[in-house]
Design a protein around this ligand. Structure first.
Ligand SMILES: [Zn+2]
Length: 248
C-alpha cells in the first residue's frame, strides 16, 4: 500500500503556498504506477485530496492485508532553507523495513539529494499501528529551495528511485520473485532496421541483442537481475539519446 501523506483539511507542511499534501499525492501515484508496472499489486490510502487520520491509514493497510506499507511525505525544518536532504523513518532499525529504507535513501542520493539517513520513530502511528513492515520516506524538505528544485526537475527520477529502492530490497530479501530485467531500445517489424540499431549500440559497447520471440523484433540491452542495474543502464542510454523501456 502506498500512502500519500496528509490530505484534505490537513495540508501537511506549507512553504510559499506549496502544500505537502499535493507533492505527496503526485509522488505516491507515480511510485505506485512504477511498482504496478513491475508486477506489484498496488493499493493506495488515497488517490484524491481527502483527509484520513494516520490511524485510519494504518487500519486501511491492516484490513487490506497488504505486505508492505510505504508512506510518502516531504520534510520541513523550523528555519527555511537551512536543511535539505532525504530521510526515511521506520519503527525500529531492524528487518526488511530497515533494508528498504536504506535502499530508498541510497537511490534518492543517486538522484542528487543529501542522504540524511534512516531514523527510528517508534511513536509515529502509521509505523506503529501497521501490522506489516512500514517505511515513511521524507522526499526532501518542502522549505528548501534546493530540494524543491530537485523535486520538480527530477520528479520522474525520484519516483523511479523510490520504487527501485523498494523493489531491490524486496527482491534481495526474497519477498518477491527475482526478476530478470532488460532495457528495450527499439521495436521493429523489419529485421534490417533492428539490426542497424543493434549494430549501432554494439559499436558503442552496449551489450545489445535482438529478441524476436514476440510479435515484433525487439532490440534490447542487458540483462540484469536487479532493477537498479537496469535503471543505471537506462540512464546511460537516455543520455545517449535513446528512447528506452525497462522490461522484465
Ligand atoms: Zn508529512
Amino acid at each position: 500500500m502506498v500512502d500519500a501523506g496528509h490530505g484534505g483539511r490537513d495540508p501537511g507542511a506549507v512553504f510559499n503556498g506549496r502544500q505537502e499534501k499535493d507533492d505527496t499525492l503526485r509522488l505516491a501515484l507515480a511510485v505506485g504506477e512504477i511498482l504496478q508496472d513491475n508486477g506489484i499489486d498496488v493499493s493506495y490510502t488515497r488517490t484524491t485530496d481527502v483527509y484520513e487520520t494516520p490511524y485510519e491509514k494504518a487500519m486501511k493497510a491492516n484490513n487490506a492485508g497488504v505486505d508492505f506499507f510505504l508512506s510518502i511525505h516531504r520534510n520541513s525544518f523550523p528555519t527555511d532553507n537551512e536543511v535539505s536532504g532525504v530521510e526515511s523513518l521506520v519503527y525500529d532499525l531492524s528487518g526488511l523495513k530497515y533494508q528498504v529504507a536504506q535502499d530508498i535513501n541510497a537511490q534518492l542520493e543517486a538522484v542528487g539529494f543529501v542522504n540524511l539517513g534512516v531514523k527510528a520513530r517508534p511513536n509515529l502511528v502509521v509505523l506503529k499501528r501497521t501490522n506489516m513492515p512500514a517505511v515513511l520516506v521524507e522526499a526532501g524538505f518542502i522549505n528548501s529551495d534546493t530540494d524543491n528544485m530537485l523535486f520538480d526537475n527530477n520528479f520522474d527520477a525520484i519516483a523511479e528511485a523510490i520504487a527501485t529502492g523498494l523493489l531491490d530490497a524486496l527482491n534481495a530479501e526474497g519477498v518477491i520473485q527475482e526478476n530478470y530485467y532488460r532495457v528495450q531500445v527499439g521495436l521493429f517489424r523489419n529485421w534490417r532496421y533492428a539490426e542497424r540499431l543493434r549494430n549501432e549500440l554494439l559499436e558503442q559497447d552496449y551489450p545489445a541483442f535482438i529478441d524476436d520471440s514476440g510479435p515484433f523484433i525487439s532490440v534490447q540491452v542487458g540483462g540484469y537481475d536487479n532493477l537498479s542495474d537496469a535503471v543505471a543502464m537506462e540512464r546511460r542510454l537516455k543520455m545517449d539519446g535513446y528512447d528506452t523501456l525497462i522490461i522484465s
